[in-house]
Design a protein around this ligand. Sequence first.
Ligand SMILES: Nc1ncnc2c1ncn2[C@@H]1O[C@H](COP(=O)(O)OP(=O)(O)O)[C@@H](O)[C@H]1O
Ligand code: SF4
Ligand SMILES: [Mg+2]
Length: 373
Amino acid sequence: MTMNQAKPPARADQAAGQQQPLLKLSGIEKKFVNPLDLAGRIANLLGAGNRATVVHAVDGVDLEVQAGEVIGIVGESGCGKSTLGRVVAGINPPTSGHVSYQGQDTRTMTASQRKAYELGVQMIFQNPMASLNPRMRVVDIVGEAPVVHGLVKAADKATYVADLMRQVGLDPEYAQRYPHQFSGGQRQRIGIARALALKPRVIVCDEAVAALDVSIQAQVLNLFTQLREQHDLTYLFISHNLGVVGHISDRVVIMYLGRIVEVAPTDVIFGGANHPYTRALLAELPTLDTVRRAYKPIAGELPSPLSPPSGCTFHPRCPHAMARCKSEVPALRQISGGHQSACHLNDEPGGQAAARFAVPVHTLPSIPEPLPA
Ligand SMILES: Nc1ncnc2c1ncn2[C@@H]1O[C@H](COP(=O)(O)OP(=O)(O)O)[C@@H](O)[C@H]1O
Ligand code: SF4
Ligand SMILES: [Mg+2]
């Protein structure tokens, strides 16, 4: 089975639309204040006038996620994906804006609603070795939290963990082993079992396959797809790699310097992307005829979020930048059903940016066949 075949169709309830979103992000902003270091404070004593720096990691994100959807969140490293994921999972509070879960604003939840949110939204991280306690056995890594939260009786822990290990493709015989006794792919399966153990509705997967070999990535992506079906899960699948996200997502959100610049169903992103940044990401994807060519990254570097460019923050790298782009922030606007983009080209005579230049149709890069388990 190839990864393209593995991607399930969007659900009927999504197609019907209009029901209350499972997750709603409203005007999410997250700023980090980096205080002055010792050298800066000493320099201030001599009148240097240094100030603490503020990183605007997420800058006004609005997004609705329906139950059962898989949303891919894509952008270059440093654009705020992990910060947004941590806000969604309740690990970091937003500086402003708010998250609603099951129609309830997380700021005003009762204790029982908060517990349902904290258990209901779980996060899986990039580096399973760093996120798994090296001194704990798998049976405890996976089984401890569900016992503490009263989801399972202590006497049933071993059976519960064995069942989860089978579901993620691990032999339950290994329940007494420690993380270092597993391969990278197996450790990520332990991380997935640990998240599943809390019976979540939403899993935020932050670069969950980025550290794995390409062939192992395919296996783990297939596992995510199977588990989604079995457990009725909703995923926010964060990755810097548009190709990986394309294999699993129903919808793709493109982020640039803390803002959403384009949102569309996955086939629209690959077949008719609107935003020049999305097009640049697509142009980077290896295809059968470019795979042997040298890797050509997007021209220029991601600007520092400490001092983002004025207007459209993509303008210093955009081949289509106009005078207006330097001063006016483009709003994220609907350009067709379910497709939003933030680019001034859409206001130009002739309509959408897509009409301004040829639209290459991209096929997903192939991921090797998964090896037999
Ligand atoms: N705890 C933190 N303190 C200060 N700055 C941070 C912190 N976490 C993230 N940042 C900054 O916020 C920006 C977005 O980071 P991040 O969300 O990790 O991006 P991504 O996951 O897309 O690579 C970066 O400039 C990063 O340096
Ligand atoms: S608004 Fe201007 S700079 Fe920004 S992506 Fe569109 S054309 Fe490029
Ligand atoms: Mg990250």
